[in-house]
Design a protein around this ligand. Structure first.
Ligand SMILES: Cc1ncc(COP(=O)(O)O)c(C=O)c1O
Length: 399
């Protein structure tokens, strides 16, 4: 979360006093949750969005809605938060991990080669606000009859060639946990790009949806399935409505700083990671490239300071394949019938052998993430850029 203050606290105080914390208050009342959902859908250009309790749950809903068979395969990149992988296994599907390329997003050629007769879906993850190549991924999905889901947990407000991230696939899954660009502490949303998915998603996210008055016209008794309890309260809706008002401002602010920091790096001939669509990048992270892992550590030591926050990959618990392949390899599932490998001929020891992920290892251990700060004042940004420039100048000796 970058900004939160008086507008959020005022609206939350008013809501608590009103005691109207339940998101469904009859057909007439337009609740905070409903207002957020309709404004978020217009902001994205999607047909519908629904608030849920987390980004992980948004992913689980999207995958459940695909009605996969146990043991079906879902392609997912080697660089993501573990939740993306966990969600796949929650529907007893097998995560097929595909290396990333220099853009830190899924390697599309490798994804194509990983497709088998059991592949049903692909999850595009826009890590660190960096857009995947959505035209190519859409083509790949269409050609191979795969469902496309976008994990937009880290990239709300981003776009690819002018279209919002989260609107390319059948579903876009957003997280609003406290580390995200806009947040209500914990929360998430699912965007649907085909309005026919709405009744199913509503039903799955809340066992009560088909029985309440708000959505009565959407459900026929024969369509009702047993869902979860992923419904949020009005507190989340109200907070997110305020946060959404700030989204464009936050993204603009981060992009401005990133553009100017990138110019400094370019002038100093310090390489950065490639980006599929710079205009659509959220700007949350600046990535410096090194030739070797040891050079990268030198870079990190030289540039890190009170003002410049770096995040070498080994500081990011749960974000890269080596943090989670052992969990998959050792089939740590609560019950045997929940283990996707009970329904597959795939051998986890083989498909998750670290040897397959050498390209990812090389890329991540030679890429240094620098967090782009948010600035209220231009004078603070200027000061930060001066420090950034003086620190970056020291790196020239390494390149
Ligand atoms: C890429 C990615 N996917 C999914 C999630 C899961 O979101 P949540 O923490 O809201 O469940 C996160 C959260 O950090 C994430 O970064």
């Amino acid at each position: 979360m970058y900004i939160s203050g008086r507008p959020e606290s005022d609206v939350l105080a008013e809501l608590i006093e009103s005691q109207k914390l339940f998101r469904y208050q009859g057909k007439e009342a337009l609740t905070y949750c409903q207002r957020f959902e309709s404004q978020f859908a217009s902001h994205l250009g999607s047909s519908k969005t629904l608030l849920v309790t987390s980004g992980t749950n948004a992913l689980i809903l999207a995958l459940e809605a695909l009605e996969l068979e146990p043991g079906d395969e879902v392609l997912v990149p080697s660089f993501t938060f573990f939740a993306t992988i966990a969600a796949i296994t929650k529907v007893q599907a097998v995560p097929i991990i595909v290396n990333i390329d220099e853009t830190l997003t899924i390697d599309i050629d490798e994804a194509q080669s990983a497709i088998t007769n059991r592949t049903r879906a692909i999850i595009a993850v826009h890590m660190d606000g960096l857009p995947c190549h959505m035209t190519k991924l859409k083509e790949l999905a269409t050609k191979n009859e795969l469902s496309l889901i976008e994990d937009v947990a880290q990239a709300v407000g981003g776009s690819f060639q002018g279209q919002s991230l989260g609107t390319f696939g059948r579903f876009g899954c957003f997280s609003f946990n406290v580390d995200k660009i806009i947040s209500c502490g914990e929360g998430g949303a699912i965007s649907m790009n085909d309005s026919r998915d709405l009744p199913r998603i509503l039903n799955l996210h809340d066992t009560c949806s088909p029985f309440g008055s708000t959505h009565q016209d959407l459900f026929k008794p024969q369509d009702i399935t047993i869902g979860h309890s992923m419904r949020v309260s009005e507190l989340s809706g109200a907070m997110m409505l305020e946060q959404l008002k700030k989204l464009d401002l936050i993204i603009q602010n981060l992009r401005e700083t990133k553009t100017r920091a990138s110019q400094i790096l370019t002038e100093l001939k310090i390489p950065m990671n490639k980006i599929h669509c710079s205009d659509g990048d959220c700007g949350t992270s600046i990535y410096i490239k090194a030739k070797t892992p040891s050079e990268l550590l030198e870079v990190a030591k030289m540039i890190t300071s009170e003002e410049i926050h770096t995040l070498p990959i080994h500081h990011r618990a749960a974000h890269a394949f080596w943090q989670w392949i052992h969990v998959l390899k050792n089939s740590r599932f609560a019950k045997p019938h929940l283990n996707p490998f009970s329904y597959s001929e795939r051998n986890p020891q083989q498909i998750y052998h670290s040897i397959h992920f050498t390209p990812t290892l090389e890329i991540l251990t030679t890429s240094l993430k620098i967090r782009t700060p948010y600035f209220d004042k231009e004078s603070d940004r200027k000061r930060w850029l001066e420090v950034f420039k003086s620190k970056a100048s020291l790196l020239s000796s390494l390149y």
